[in-house]
Design a protein around this ligand. Structure first.
Ligand SMILES: [Zn+2]
Length: 74
């Protein structure tokens, strides 16, 4: 089973925890088999952690540029 396009669409709502139980299972089943999507999910999760942490303090320009580069190279 490989349906990366569908899995990618579930990524944001998955991290927002707004998926139905069935959709969560669908996404996780795909993640079990697909290292590409697993990496994408992990990256988005880390990015959100950075953003949350940075919300309380101004993000240094250098970090912003680093994150932008990571996004492009993915
Ligand atoms: Zn995939």
């Amino acid at each position: 089973m490989c349906d990366c396009a569908e899995c990618e669409q579930l990524l944001q709502p998955y991290l927002d925890r707004v998926l139905t139980e069935a959709e969560v299972l669908e996404a996780e089943e795909h993640l079990d088999h697909c290292s590409y999507c697993r990496r994408a999910y992990r990256f988005e999760e880390e990015l959100r952690m950075y953003v949350r942490r940075a919300a309380s303090e101004p993000m240094p320009l250098e970090l912003k540029q680093k994150l932008a580069q990571l996004r492009i190279s993915l």
